[in-house]
Design a protein around this ligand. Structure first.
Ligand SMILES: NC(=O)c1ccc[n+]([C@@H]2O[C@H](COP(=O)([O-])OP(=O)(O)OC[C@H]3O[C@@H](n4cnc5c(N)ncnc54)[C@H](O)[C@@H]3O)[C@@H](O)[C@H]2O)c1
Length: 400
């Protein structure tokens, strides 16, 4: 007879940006879920019904999951042994040399291993360096654990998890037929659209998806700087390219392309290809170089040392409170060196050093709209102040 488990699913790293929405979804689909996370502060807040970050429409779903009694939380790793399916969705950073920190996962699995038994299904959902899923399987086998191991990458857009978890196809891969079957059954709670591939293919699919987006942003940013250097407003070109022209329909707007995923996943693919991924590295130089480009343009035009620069938006993307890898902070650093004073503002990010957008606009000589939050669409700025609006959120073009 098979072992009976207290929980259907344990989400390791379940207080995170992608772990929490997933845990909530499964709890609302009548599965008994336990979130295991090392962040006890987050656990306390979530148990009280408060999300630790902004996620559209998730709070009512959290409330219903908590009320159903299907959602538990713990910082005790032992819960892993009480769960039939373990989904690991912790962060997978790159180091200062832009190489993947595989050691983070190795350490986690070394610690988890003693709680894993052969009747369980272990699903890796973090974005991983290609080959990691096979390594995880090997590490567990070396410890005598022959459980099913699957890799099913998360592809939601942060902030849109509630909508996308049930509308995006789910990619499923495993080394065993039973792993594929069990993982497919689990994700069919969210969608009927399941794509089954091999684990290495799934790992590369996830990386290629993110890198493709990062390169698209880089192309737009490069076109923007070319146009701007010729004193041409790129938005006239962008409009002409995309208006009723299906082959350019998804051509993105220029702007700071940042955040916790696209950059690091491009670097992971670069490391996987022995640093011969020229396209990816070029995209990185273009996207990461955009703050320097802005600074260079403004330096050409005025004596920054006498001016106050205001940065509107410190989150890495619109309507988000996530500042991880936000290029706004690179802009801040550059102008703290070049200008008299830098002021920052963001309606979503809590930081006592920030000022209101009104105060920032009033006190700054140059205003840089770094994040296209909807709150900036209707700002009014005196004609004698310079506004840098690469996103063209004000509709006056993007020229610097
Ligand atoms: N953020 C996104 O939009 C997004 C989208 C798709 C995929 N991903 C991938 O998902 C993974 C997680 O990203 P995230 O943004 O949710 O990260 P996050 O930092 O928001 O969440 C990670 C969570 O894991 C917890 N944690 C860390 N180590 C742990 C351990 N050893 N045991 C238990 N809990 C632990 C942390 O406390 C945190 O709550 C990454 O691989 C990322 O690339 C992220």
């Amino acid at each position: 007879m098979g072992q009976s488990f207290k929980y259907d699913v344990c989400v390791v790293g379940g207080c995170g940006h992608v772990g929490l929405p997933l845990a909530i979804m499964f709890a609302n689909r009548d599965r008994k879920v336990c979130v295991y996370d090392i962040n006890e502060k987050s656990i306390e807040g979530i148990k009280a019904g408060k999300l630790p970050f902004y996620e559209e429409g998730a709070e009512p779903l959290l409330a219903s999951a908590l009320a159903s009694g299907n959602l538990d939380f713990t910082s005790n790793e032992q819960v892993i042994s009480e769960s039939e399916i373990i989904i690991v969705i912790i962060g997978t950073p790159v180091d200062e040399h832009l190489n993947p920190r595989v050691d983070v996962l190795k350490k986690t699995f070394a610690s988890m291993s003693k709680y894993i038994s052969h009747e369980q299904l272990l699903i890796l959902r973090s974005t991983v360096y290609p080959g990691v899923t096979k390594r995880v399987k090997d590490w567990l086998e070396e410890d005598g654990h022959l459980c099913d191991v699957a890799f099913c990458p998360e592809r939601i857009l942060e902030g849109k998890a509630v909508e996308e978890l049930t509308t995006l196809p789910q990619i499923v891969s495993s080394f065993t037929e039973s792993g594929v079957k069990r993982a497919s059954e689990l994700f069919s709670l969210l969608t009927d659209d399941i794509v089954v591939v091999e684990p290495l293919e799934a790992e590369l699919t996830k990386l290629c998806t993110n890198v493709w987006r990062y390169i698209k942003f880089a192309v737009s940013n490069q076109f923007y700087t070319i146009a701007n250097d010729y004193n041409v407003d790129f938005y006239n070109i962008h409009h002409a390219m995309t208006h009723n022209y299906p082959r350019c329909k998804d051509f993105p707007r220029p702007g700071f392309a940042a955040g916790p995923c696209l950059f690091k996943d491009t670097m992971q693919l670069g490391a996987f290809y022995d640093n011969n991924f020229n396209l990816g590295h070029t995209a990185m130089l273009i996207n990461e170089g955009l703050p320097n480009y802005v600074c260079k343009c403004l330096k050409r035009e005025c004596d920054l040392s006498k001016l106050t620069v205001g940065i509107l938006g410190m989150a890495f993307k619109a309507e988000s409170d996530d500042t991880r890898e936000s290029l706004s902070y690179k802009v801040k650093k550059l102008f703290e060196f070049e200008s008299k004073l830098v002021l920052c503002s963001d309606p979503y990010v809590k930081d006592p050093s920030f000022v209101s957008k009104e105060e920032l606009i009033e006190r700054s000589d140059i205003i840089i709209i770094a994040t296209p939050h909807k709150e900036y669409k209707d700002i009014i700025v005196d004609g004698n102040k310079k506004v840098v609006d690469i996103w063209n959120i004000l509709g006056n073009g993007g020229k610097i």
